[in-house]
Design a binder for this molecule. Structure first.
Ligand code: AMP
Length: 219
């Protein structure tokens, strides 16, 4: 089972992917997390990726695609994979189809989370993340039980560098509109998109929303 999480920044893609991972054991493959891990370790990939991420730009397709291709190869025996943050361009989506096709697989479902634009910036500014287990919180909508501490693993929560820079946020949203949004039509044409419009529900009733997704996915 291959599932793609689509939606602008801060809509709850990581939250949904995390729940689907816990409930079904499907592996969450977040390109943003892989880049951030490489940045914090100072790897060659991290140094290169940070040149783009710190400005709110997309990491070039060739770097991102080859990173995902390698990771998919490592995960080839998994029963489910949730792609969180990939693809983000048509080129990535087409290449993903080619890679999966060569393995006799395909994208099964795309969960598209839609959030009104004026809410998105607020969400990014209020987002806190766990650097260790990658759990995501929102100071207003979904706070951790103890302020600043991850419910899941007890680590200190941090603000993502690209969430604290208003210019980078603006740039990321522009890129979402021009480069990532066209993917909704790309996957709609294949008839595999599940849309969740009540973004509020993802924060307050994420488990319930995920149960609905599961019903749709399992037919
Ligand atoms: P995310 O955590 O998904 O918001 O990703 C953080 C940043 O990593 C993005 O703003 C991009 O700079 C970069 N990134 C993540 N996924 C991709 C992708 N599929 N293609 C290009 N850049 C990406």
């Amino acid at each position: 089972m291959i599932i793609i999480m689509l939606g602008a920044q801060g809509t709850g893609k990581g939250t949904v992917a995390g729940i689907l991972n816990k409930k079904n054991g499907w592996i969450q493959l977040s390109t943003g997390d892989i880049f951030r891990e490489n940045i914090s370790k100072g790897t060659e990939l991290g140094i290169e990726a940070n040149k783009y991420i710190s400005k709110g730009c997309l990491v070039p397709d060739e770097i991102t695609i080859s990173m995902v291709e390698k990771r998919l190869e490592e995960l080839k025996d998994e029963k489910g994979i949730i792609l969180d943050g990939f693809p983000r361009t048509l080129e990535q989506a087409e290449k993903l189809d080619e890679i999966l096709d060569s393995k006799g697989k395909k994208v099964d479902w795309v969960i598209n989370l839609e959030t009104p634009r004026d809410e998105i910036i607020e969400r990014m500014l209020n987002r806190r993340v766990c650097p260790k287990c990658k759990s995501t919180y929102n100071l207003k909508l979904h706070p951790s039980k103890v302020e600043g501490i991850c419910d899941n693993c007890g680590s200190e929560l941090i603000i993502r560098a690209d969430d604290s820079d208003p210019e980078a946020i603006k740039k990321r949203l522009e890129i979402y509109d021009t480069q990532t949004k066209p993917l909704i039509d790309f996957y709609n044409n294949k008839g595999i998109v599940i849309v969740e419009e009540i973004s509020e529900r993802i924060n307050r009733f994420a488990e319930e929303a995920c149960q609905d997704f599961m019903h749709r996915i399992q037919g």
